[in-house]
Ligand binder design. Structure first.
Ligand SMILES: *Cc1c(COP(=O)(O)O)cnc(C)c1O
Length: 400
């Protein structure tokens, strides 16, 4: 009945809803640069990108040139920005495929200018200013110098100025206020010298849902668009999780009291019970740490994971689930009847963050897309979209 051993059901209507919620929070003149790095946090970047473009988002953010090229190859013509940093070997492909890059140093600026000149093109760059993340980006006191260098580089074009928020509490934290103060300082200086051009962006999901003001003209939501939140925030209850991770029972076995289950015999049945085996393991994204700890849903009830999670299999105790049988759908993340297991709950149980739960859903897990009728968000504001952008892709690619 169920065609797959394990599958991730991706509800595109939930993504539509979440983008609409984000757009309302961001305010009308704001563009959405939808972050689809890490294969759209495990949801499938190609399918999600095309769906979100149909919903009216302006641009896509990715983590590497390979991710950008995958989207280009699928027919995405909208702006794509490699958010972090590229390595030297990625420059050429980015330029040839009109992929925008974040710029962090004078050194890289010189290399890009040289390469763009050789190719006879103009590279579109977003200056990344490090206002407190401490990872990538140029420090604020060097930003204007880099902007001047950019202006003097005929083969480079400033497409935006950005910074990245480090606090998981978003705009509510003192550190975010300090980051914004530093960012504002650079923007002011750049305006005075007429160096400012392109999009201005700072807000990730946490910042968006904790009222970062001003939000500038572009926001960069990732996890909230998938309906997951780093922590509970006001307004985030309007989001709907897009991903459910499901498998099915492939084997049932009645074991006597005292019988051990799984590697290391870490669990022994306290009483005679029935063990169900699921063909899904840590390679598919079930955190190993859920062994003897996590729960799944069968027939609308919670059932505990017993024994260690192995690479390909997970064992659960279904002694208390009447009628459980081979072929029953098992929900590892998502809703089944009255019960729900969120990615946030799994993360909590496994001692990790919700981001990792969806990102780790493995390669052999089939993505099954549901919903996704062509619903558009509020129309994009006039002038919000660059000329080269196609926000409506008529060929929504089936991604499986
Ligand atoms: C990943 C990322 C985002 C999105 O962050 P979320 O917390 O998922 O909303 C935004 N900006 C940059 C630079 C990122 O790397």
């Amino acid at each position: 009945m169920n065609a797959h051993r394990v599958w991730a059901e991706i509800d595109l209507d939930a993504v539509t809803n979440n983008l609409a919620v984000i757009r309302r929070r961001a305010g009308p003149p704001t563009r959405i640069m939808f972050v689809v790095k890490a294969d759209a946090y495990g949801h499938g970047a190609v399918a999600l990108a095309h769906h979100a473009l149909r919903c009216g988002i302006a641009a896509l953010g990715v983590g590497s040139s390979a991710e950008a090229l995958e989207l280009r190859a699928s027919g995405v013509r909208a702006p794509i920005l490699v958010l972090g940093t590229i390595i030297d070997d990625e420059m050429d492909e980015c330029l040839r495929n009109d992929v925008q890059m974040a710029l962090h140093s004078s050194d890289r600026r010189a290399k890009l200018q040289e390469l763009a000149r050789a190719l006879g093109m103009r590279a579109k760059l977003h200056l990344n200013i490090d206002t407190g993340m401490g990872r990538l980006g140029v420090l604020p006191h060097r930003a204007l110098e880099l902007l001047r260098e950019l202006r003097a580089s005929p083969h480079l074009e400033l497409a935006g100025v950005m910074t990245h928020v480090s606090s998981a509490d978003g705009a509510n934290s003192a550190s975010t206020h300090e980051q914004q103060r530093l960012f504002e300082g650079v923007l002011r200086g750049a305006r005075e010298e007429r160096l400012l051009q392109g999009w201005i962006h700072m807000a990730n999901s946490a910042a968006l849902f904790t009222d970062l003001r001003p939000r500038y003209d572009t926001v960069r939501p990732g996890i909230s668009a998938y309906g997951v939140m780093p922590c509970h925030m006001p307004g985030s209850d309007l989001l709907r999780p897009a991903m459910s991770l499901r498998s099915q029972i492939v084997f049932l076995k009645d074991i006597p009291a005292g019988y051990a289950v799984g590697y290391g015999s870490t669990w022994r049945a306290p009483r005679a019970t029935r063990i169900a085996t699921l063909p899904v393991g840590y390679n598919d994204g079930v955190p190993w740490r859920l062994g003897n700890k996590g729960e799944v849903l069968v027939r609308g009830r919670r059932a505990p994971i017993v024994g260690r999670v192995s690479m390909d299999y997970t064992t659960i105790d279904v002694g208390h689930v009447p009628g459980a049988q081979v072929g029953d759908v098992v929900t590892l993340v998502g809703r089944d009847g009255p019960e729900n297991i969120s990615a946030e709950e799994v993360a909590e149980q496994a001692g990790t963050i919700a981001y990792e739960v969806t990102c780790h859903v493995g390669k052999r897990v089939k993505r099954v897309y549901v919903g996704g009728v062509d619903v558009e968000l509020a129309p994009a504001p006039p002038g919000a979209l660059p000329r080269t952008t196609s926000t409506r892709s008529d060929e929504l690619h089936e991604a499986h």
